[in-house]
Design a protein. Structure first.
Length: 167
């Protein structure tokens, strides 16, 4: 299984681990600070840190949250990890942290066969991040329409499904 070259990554000093219940409010604040996300109620992040901690990662620098990824195993395909939200705060971006968080989550579980997420067409940073992550794992991204106006309404950009097999 391929893993990311994280030992000498330029995000040294940032530690990534599973959340505790106390991380709900910081994750909620990080979602707001990141921009570009549908921010959910505080309750959702607190609940996530309780029930989906095993598939969630929090990145901290000097104890402060600088990024996170909330994910879950798809109930119908439990070896597929679906990324619900991933965010890196603006000051920590473009240093590979988003990719490192994804590698951390996949490496935490030995049995995953695929990673999925949905992305809007215009989210170039997210598309680049998932593309680089896929290449680093010896894989590639397949893109297909998933949620359109019939699901999300006219005020929300369509969301394409990214599917990345994990060799
Ligand atoms: C998407 C996000 C998590 C990426 O975090 P990050 O730590 O900067 O990601 P990485 O550094 O690992 O990778 C980002 C890639 O996008 C590229 N990139 C960054 N901003 C870009 C932009 N505006 N246009 C094109 N490419 C961009 C980087 O060069 C890098 O590409 P590379 O792998 O070829 O070097 C971060 O931008 C973010 O939090 N965005 C707001 C929330 C969001 O959109 N989340 C994703 C929803 S699916």
């Amino acid at each position: 299984m391929a893993t990311a070259p994280t030992d000498d990554a330029p995000t040294d000093g940032i530690e990534i681990d599973a959340p505790t219940l106390a991380d709900g409010p910081p994750l909620w604040r990080a979602a707001q600070a990141a921009g570009g996300l549908d921010v959910n109620p505080l309750y959702a992040y607190v609940l996530w840190c309780r029930d989906f901690a095993a598939t969630t990662a929090v990145a901290r620098m000097d104890g402060e949250v600088v990024g996170y990824c909330t994910a879950y195993r798809r109930p119908d395909v439990p070896t597929t990890l679906f990324v619900w939200q991933i965010a890196v705060l603006p000051a920590a971006r473009r240093r590979g942290l988003g990719q490192r968080i994804l590698h951390h989550l996949v490496d935490r579980h030995g049995d995953l066969t695929a990673l999925e997420a949905t992305v809007t067409h215009d989210n170039e940073a997210s598309l680049a991040m998932f593309g680089t992550f896929a290449r680093q794992r010896g894989s590639e991204v397949s893109v297909s329409p998933l949620f359109g106006p019939e699901h999300l309404g006219d005020d929300h950009e369509p969301e394409d499904l990214l599917h990345i097999p994990l060799p």
